[in-house]
Design a protein around this ligand. Sequence first.
Ligand code: NDP
Length: 433
Amino acid sequence: LKRDPNEPEFHQAIKEVLESLEPVAEKNPHWIKAGIFNRMVEPERQIIFSVPWADDNGVIQTNRGFRVQFNSAIGPYKGGLRFHPSVYLGIIKFLGFEQVFKNALTGLPLGGGKGGSDFDPKGKSDGEIMRFCQSFMIELHRHIGENTDVPAGDIGVGGREIGYMYGMYRRIRNSFTGTLTGKGIAWGGSLVRREATGYGLCYFMEEAMKSIAEKSFQGATVVISGSGNVASYAAKKAQQLGAKVVALSDSSGYVYDPEGIKLETVKRIKEIERKRISEYVKYHPKAKFTEGYSNIWSVKCDIALPCATQNELDEEAAKTLIANGCFAVGEGANMPVTPEAVKIFIKNGIIFGPAKAANAGGVATSGLEMAQNSLRYSWTFEEVDTKLKSIMVDIYKNTSSAAKEYGHENNLAMGANIAGFLKIADAMYAQGT
Ligand code: NDP
């Protein structure tokens, strides 16, 4: 940690994992001698590059691009690309580190990596987004490949951006391979990939709630932060499972609709008009918009699904949720709940689904997209959805049994860290240094 003193998010992610691994280290002293713990927190490769691009006025802008190839012990590096002004090396390292464990939990042969840029897509024209994505790929293409490193989307990178990047990759390499996931259905994409993280989150939480407390989404009131890819499909699946989703947000604030959020309106605002969530009240006058995204946790609910960004739900918010009767919290985003808040949830017996397990559905379906690309074949929506559901149920079972085996029954945060670690540590040890 001393080596990289200015990367608080990375430190936070490492500390959380290493604390849970103390009982594992005690049982496996040979891993300490083999340096597995130290090797696990050091990325195998870190790439930083400049991304010059022309804006609509013909002025050349320069952003910084990153790809951190964290660990490839069990498969090619795999993880998304994030375009957001808050991106710097520490954010990409924290996300890459988390990704290693998450990918191991899916049961698929996927290593972990992450990348992105401090480019802000907000307010940019389609042409500017395209030129940025093309310039980003002109450098990134050297470092990725279907058997080396397979990027996907994340914050600020959806179907449109993947399209522009894949188009440039294909031209430069003169090769049509599955090197990016999240592709369009007509050009190598998988059905269900778009929905996968949000749907997977609900499948995981449904299984956890049923097994731990005989509860479910049926009849529950749900609050979800964010209104992007993960949030909107988590909302859709929660509604299909019988819940009423009453609030969604973006970085400007949140909307509360007592009659239940209408997802067609959110889709129109976010994907077609590309405007702010506050527009929702224009279509539904009974709904209310409140500025400030963190206040969303004051809305009374049974189940909370933070699906926006890291550290968005703190100790104060955790106490408010519990006081309002919330019984389950599932992390759709990566590390959205602060460590203090996680401790409060666990201490109070709240069913807590940690990101590494609960939001692994996206990367799992990316793994299924890679499999279909290799087969040069595509499965139906039902086939992929059934596989996703069974992967999420297995992740719950493995996470829950690791927690039990190490003496922390129902502490799924601990269980996810342990189950993911065991698989990677085993592979690293077997492969030597
Ligand atoms: P999107 O860009 O589609 O949506 C992000 C949402 O979160 C937007 O509503 C955005 O609001 C809000 N948001 C982003 N940054 C902030 C911030 N700093 N403060 C408040 N709100 C913010 O991203 P995704 O839905 O793909 O990703 C959301 C989370 O899920 C991330 O943590 C990501 O790492 C994680 N994740 C995503 C996966 C995927 O498959 N896409 C897979 C696994 C995890 P605004 O538009 O105002 O910025």
